[in-house]
Design a protein around this ligand. Structure first.
Ligand SMILES: Cc1ncc(C[n+]2csc(CCOP(=O)(O)OP(=O)(O)O)c2C)c(N)n1
Ligand SMILES: [Mg+2]
Length: 367
């Protein structure tokens, strides 16, 4: 790709064979399955939002390689502090599609009991912390968790994601300063998708990129073609191995593109240049990877059709299950907040329970 940006698969089909990561054929096809699945989810979710069936959604469209490639390199024992678009990483870690849809509709299947805004997935079991609506805060939380792991002496690595916009936050400075000084086992992955809502990357920083900022903090900075899933996997894997070996944090800049609006509340045609958009669309990460897999004989037209059909069917089934699921039980209003309820909350909880058992309420909060 030039300019020190690592690339293994070029958009025009060239392959840098010496850099191919060591992955089995099944693992290579699995990466593709995950990319196709998140695209199928995103397409349906935007449609559901327009139909008023979910309140809000932000897609990962165009960023599937950066998301899936980095996610595949993270170990089960590691922890993930996501930014806005890494829901697919949680699915890759075993979160079910029903829970994913359950979070979006806020039903009883949602592990956070409908308390969080849609898309703010989290699961302790899967070592995946809720994204922070407040941009950037997760970067210093990730650093702190990694520092904790180092103090405890376990072999956990913490991956902190961020967007390009988050690199202008004070947390970026805090996290990278502390992280490098204390050599914490963290990997900071910046998905530079060229936009922070309507602010273009050219207005985000006068630096020549994000990766180069790492030098000033005293850690390696790696720029990678974020639309090349194999290159992203390779650099993330190296950074994670390095962190686990006690050699400290790495900053990765995955250079990619947000193909959709910022969220379901945004209209990017109001601020984006159509020609630049078209150029980026030609670099679509899924198309590029499929071409490679076809060339290698790992995906045929028929298998490709099956993978897409399976993904769509799984999404539809999960939507049906989540939409039929009841609301979170009213008792969940009182759980997960305090280890022991305060006297005032206990009184309220008992009163809700009494009203429920008297048949005065039907499970909805009695207002
Ligand atoms: C501290 C803070 N400032 C502003 C916002 C409003 N806001 C939400 S998303 C966003 C842009 C984020 O851009 P980026 O970090 O590049 O992530 P992307 O959406 O491109 O994935 C902004 C400014 C916020 N949520 N928090
Ligand atoms: Mg961005």
């Amino acid at each position: 790709m030039g300019n020190g940006v690592l690339q293994i698969l070029s958009p025009t089909g060239e392959i840098e064979k010496s850099l191919l990561p060591e992955l089995t054929d099944d693992q290579l096809v699995d990466l593709y399955r995950h990319m196709v699945r998140v695209r199928a989810i995103d397409t349906r979710m935007l449609a559901l939002q327009r139909q008023g069936r979910i309140g809000f959604y932000g897609t990962c469209r165009g960023q599937e390689a950066a998301t899936v490639g980095s996610g595949a390199a993270i170990g089960d024992q590691d922890w993930v502090f996501p930014a806005l678009r890494e829901g697919a990483v949680l699915l890759m870690r075993g979160f079910s599609m029903e829970q994913y849809m359950g979070q979006l509709v806020g039903c009883a299947l949602d592990p956070t009991h409908g308390r969080q805004m849609p898309c703010h997935f989290s699961s302790r079991e899967h070592h995946f912390v809720s994204l922070s609506s407040v941009i950037g805060t997760q970067i210093s939380q990730a650093m702190g968790a990694a520092w904790g792991a180092k103090i405890k002496g376990d072999k956990t690595v913490v991956v902190g994601y961020m967007g390009d916009g988050a690199t202008s936050s004070t947390d970026f400075h805090t996290a990278l300063t502390f992280g490098a000084v204390h050599k914490v086992p963290a990997v900071f992955v910046c998905q530079n998708n060229q936009w922070a809502i309507s602010v273009p990357f050219s207005k985000q920083t006068a630096s020549d990129g994000i990766a180069s900022k790492a030098e000033a903090y005293g850690m390696p900075g790696v720029a990678v073609d974020g639309n090349d899933v194999l290159a992203v996997y390779r650099v993330t894997r190296q950074a994670i191995d390095r962190a686990r070996a006690g050699e400290g944090p790495t900053l990765i800049e995955a250079i990619t593109y947000r193909q959709e609006g910022h969220s379901s509340s945004d209209d990017p045609t109001r601020y984006r240049d159509a020609d630049v958009h078209e150029e980026w669309m030609k670099k679509d990460p899924i198309r590029r990877y499929r071409t490679y897999l076809e060339l290698e004989g790992l995906v045929t037209e028929e298998l490709d059709r099956d993978i897409e059909a399976e993904a769509k069917a799984a999404v539809n089934e999960a939507i049906a299950v989540a939409e039929k699921s009841p609301s979170p039980d009213v008792s969940t209003l009182f759980s997960d907040v305090y280890a022991e309820l305060t006297p005032a909350l206990r009184e309220q909880a008992e009163s809700v329970e009494r009203e429920n058992s008297d048949g005065e309420a039907d499970g909805a909060f009695p207002l």
